[in-house]
Design a protein around this ligand. Structure first.
Ligand SMILES: *Cc1c(COP(=O)(O)O)cnc(C)c1O
Length: 355
């Protein structure tokens, strides 16, 4: 069977060698040596001034909303994983959806201002599939209307825009290190901000608000990464170059062989990370027919991202033509280090003969 992705597993001996250090200390969590080492290595790898490793990529969104003191309405994208929207609702705010750009698939910055009301406090947008939002235009809008900006950068490990880490944009950026993501720690994630004071607030929030053992800076929750998770990250990190270059080859092959489908357009000045291989069909009918054909042959792509989040049951969403149309017609085809050329040939043949 071929799934949409396959988690990269480092040689077990290498993972165990790192784990042994956790055994030696007897220290499983609470920011032990492995979490600290992973944070140091990620700061260098990603070229960012600050990072807080977390236990997943969803709590960072909730912590960012909390730390920025957001209330009322948050402008957001309908084309993302559900965690982007659910975090807004979970924190007691109201998501206000703005349609997306038809080719970049990120929030359409030209439609943001029309959605701003006296209740709006922030913009929470996703760099979907690792493709950056229009970060400069969004910054201008945010400054003009005194709004905070959070980027759900769950897909963005290693992405740079104009030579800078994409995690440096916005007030806070978040990432996910889930097993299905490009770089992973099984479950895991991270928080990024350039603002030192905000970094400290985020840090306290992710560890119950503890300021020392017996006093508290304020309210907090538990979003700490464990030593076991960090060990996986430390074992995977040395392979990132290979993981990305293998995927680049896969993507080049798909693009050369898939004849009638539209591909994701990457924003100019972006060094992309090849995190996903989304393809856009002309109709949902053709997409569904193709999925059936692939499933019959043991290939399991995923409908990332469907449904459009403005249509899920617990939100009030107006109709959004582009996001709804695209979410019905987009499919992520298998992409992972280790996917064989012959397997892509087979997948492409099944798609080309089905549409
Ligand atoms: C994966 C993902 C998340 C959530 O990350 P977890 O690590 O699974 O909690 C949030 N947003 C987007 C866009 C994602 O794809």
């Amino acid at each position: 069977m071929i799934h949409v992705t396959r988690t990269f597993l480092p040689p077990q001996a290498e993972y165990q060698k790192i784990l042994k250090r956790a055994w030696n200390t007897g220290w499983m969590t609470n920011r032990g040596v492995l979490v600290q080492e992973l944070e140091d290595k990620l700061k260098k790898y990603l070229n960012v001034p600050n990072i807080i490793a977390t236990t997943n990529g969803t709590l960072p969104l909730q912590i960012a909303i909390k730390a920025l003191g957001l209330a009322g309405e948050i402008i957001t994208t309908p084309f993302s994983y559900v965690a982007t929207t659910s975090s807004i609702v979970w924190e007691g705010c109201k998501p206000v959806f703005v349609d997306i750009h038809p080719e970049y698939l990120t929030i359409d910055e030209t439609k943001i201002e029309a959605a701003i009301t006296s209740q709006t406090t922030a913009i929470l947008a996703t760099h979907v599939f690792g493709n950056p939002c229009a970060v400069e235009e969004i910054e201008v809008i945010a400054q003009k209307h005194n709004l905070k900006v959070i980027y759900d950068a769950a897909h963005c490990f290693g992405v740079t825009y104009k030579g800078k880490s994409i995690f440096e944009f916005g007030d806070v950026s978040t990432c996910s290190f889930h097993a299905t993501k490009l770089f992973h720690t099984g479950e895991g994630g991270a928080l990024f901000t350039k603002n030192e004071e905000l970094h400290n607030t985020l840090f306290y929030h992710h560890n119950f608000g503890h300021k020392g053992k017996e006093s508290f800076q304020g309210l907090g929750i538990n979003a700490k990464m464990s030593e076991l998770q960090a060990a996986m990250g430390l074992a995977v990190l040395p392979y990132m170059q290979k993981i990305i270059s293998d995927r680049e080859k896969n993507i080049a092959q798909y693009k050369a062989e898939l004849t009638d489908l539209q591909f994701l357009k990457i924003r100019p000045n972006t060094h992309w990370n090849s995190a996903y291989m989304p393809v856009l069909f002309e109709t949902e009918k053709s997409l569904i027919k193709t999925i059936k054909q692939l499933n019959n042959e043991g290939v399991f792509p995923r409908r990332y991202f469907y449904p459009s989040l403005n249509t899920i049951p617990y939100v009030e969403g107006k109709k959004l033509t582009i996001a709804e149309s695209i979410s019905k017609r987009i499919l992520c085809v298998p992409l992972y280090s280790g996917l064989k050329k012959s397997e892509i040939d087979k997948i492409v043949h099944l798609i080309n003969t089905s549409i």
